[in-house]
Design a protein around this ligand. Structure first.
Ligand SMILES: *[C@@H]1O[C@H](CO)[C@@H](O)[C@H](O)[C@H]1NC(C)=O
Ligand SMILES: *[C@@H]1O[C@H](CO)[C@@H](O)[C@H](O)[C@H]1NC(C)=O
Ligand SMILES: *[C@@H]1O[C@H](CO)[C@@H](O)[C@H](O)[C@H]1NC(C)=O
Ligand SMILES: *[C@@H]1O[C@H](CO)[C@@H](O)[C@H](O)[C@H]1NC(C)=O
Ligand SMILES: CC(=O)N[C@H]1CO[C@H](CO)[C@@H](O)[C@@H]1O
Length: 370
């Protein structure tokens, strides 16, 4: 992909990142203890943290994780019957972000498009819609789940519906079918908000146009076939910068811009937009440079409308959500495992903060692609 050096009409929309923020991870923690105890096994946000990010960092988007086995207990299965306790804890977090603070919240069922055994995520649990697996939740049940979740937020313009976190190792046709069912369910409620749809291969940007898993078709073959009557659905992409794209190594050896070139071209060809809803890098100069390159690339290509970095969250403690022990989380005030300042100080402040387009960010109105 080459940027045209000439001034065209497109040049005026150059750099239109309208969402910037952080993952709030915790609602999905301790997957071997379901339902678990709020505040111990899982928790959604620390409200003070959200306040810091909105008031001081001026971001406008939080991606908030939930676990579908907690929202829909196994005893009643995936669908429209919610655990009202878990829902109210989740809704309290979403309302703090959206109503109290006026930011946008990306609802993220953190389930890898699987349901019934999250204990060994990302690999356990039946693939949703696997008709050869009698214990699998059906695509129809997934639609009922999304219909119910959307119904409960239909009057909140500041939510964004993230269909699911990181599908992988399943037929790409089935990801399309499950995504379409979710879109149909959401729109059946009258909800008009932005929807983000994931692809295969952990929704990785670098493999978007390639076969992943054991011969699963490229996401690019199918994800351009989604139908949304409101034309308010975008693509949800993840991209880490370490050797195997896992976000588990200290060093950034993957060039973000080159690795995203093919998906960027595909988005342009198909007139689609995308949000990079997970990315990260470690606490070293190489990663700080690589992260800066990545965010500048997103800003320079107007098919990218937003990003959320992985991850803040109230119960990471000294753990590193990403990229080496000395990285730590993005939760302000927490330390890393060495007792040193975490990524909020060492990575966010020097590298991410200067890339937040504070004046361009969307602050009001129904979540949308522009
Ligand atoms: C929430 O964040 C604030 C500000 O960083 C901190 O003082 C407080 O201890 C945190 N609360 C919990 C329960 O982690
Ligand atoms: C609902 O969630 C609460 C809070 O996690 C939990 O205590 C309760 O056992 C759950 N109920 C069911 C049926 O899973
Ligand atoms: C679907 O279920 C069958 C039977 O359990 C299993 O062999 C197959 O691997 C499953 N497919 C996927 C994509 O998980
Ligand atoms: C990471 O990069 C540093 C600095 O270039 C280097 O010294 C170190 O060996 C690298 N670590 C790994 C695991 O490659
Ligand atoms: C790269 C990274 O940190 N990924 C994490 C995403 O979040 C889940 C838990 O929700 C972790 O298991 C992953 O390691």
């Amino acid at each position: 992909m080459k940027l045209l050096p000439v001034l065209t009409f497109a040049a005026f929309t150059y750099g239109k990142i309208i969402y910037a923020g952080v993952n709030e991870s915790g609602g999905e923690f301790t997957t071997n203890h379901i339902p678990g105890t709020f505040g111990v096994d899982y928790s959604f946000i620390n409200k003070s943290t959200v306040d810091i990010f909105v008031d001081q960092e001026k971001i406008n988007l939080f991606r908030v994780t939930l676990l579908m086995e907690r929202m829909c207990p196994l005893s009643t299965g995936l669908g429209s019957r919610f655990n009202e306790t878990y829902f109210s804890e989740f809704a309290d977090a979403i309302n703090h972000i959206t109503v109290t603070k006026g930011a946008y919240a990306l609802l993220d069922p953190h389930n890898y498009m699987r349901y019934n055994d999250p204990s060994g995520q990302p690999f356990t649990g039946s693939v949703i819609g696997n008709s050869s697996d009698p214990t699998a939740a059906t695509t129809q049940q997934f639609k009922q789940f999304w219909t119910e979740l959307a119904r409960r937020f239909v009057r909140n313009p500041k939510v964004i519906f993230g269909i699911n976190n990181e599908p992988h190792d399943m037929p790409t046709e089935l990801i399309l079918a499950n995504n379409q069912a979710a879109i149909d369910g959401i729109r059946s409620t009258g909800a008009r908000q932005l929807i983000l749809a994931p692809g295969n291969g952990f929704t990785g940007g670098h493999t978007w146009t390639q076969i992943t898993g054991n011969g699963d078709a490229p996401s690019s073959d199918f994800l351009n076939k989604l139908r949304d009557p409101l034309h308010n659905t975008g693509i949800d992409i993840h991209e880490y910068l370490d050797v195997d794209f896992s976000g588990q190594h200290d060093n950034c050896t993957q060039p973000g811009p080159e690795n995203l070139a093919a998906v960027t071209a595909w988005l342009k060809e198909n007139n689609l937009k995308a949000v990079l809803s997970e990315f990260g890098g470690g606490n070293n100069d190489g990663c700080r440079q690589a992260l800066d390159d990545l965010l500048k690339y997103l800003a320079a290509n107007d098919v990218w409308i937003g990003w959320t970095m992985w991850a803040a969250g109230p119960i990471w403690g000294t753990n590193s959500p990403c990229c080496g022990a000395d990285t730590g989380s993005l939760e302000p005030g927490d330390l890393d495992v060495l007792g040193e300042p975490n990524a909020f100080t060492t990575i966010w402040k020097p590298t991410i903060r200067p890339n937040i387009p504070v004046r361009d960010l969307k602050r009001s109105g129904v979540s949308s692609l522009q």
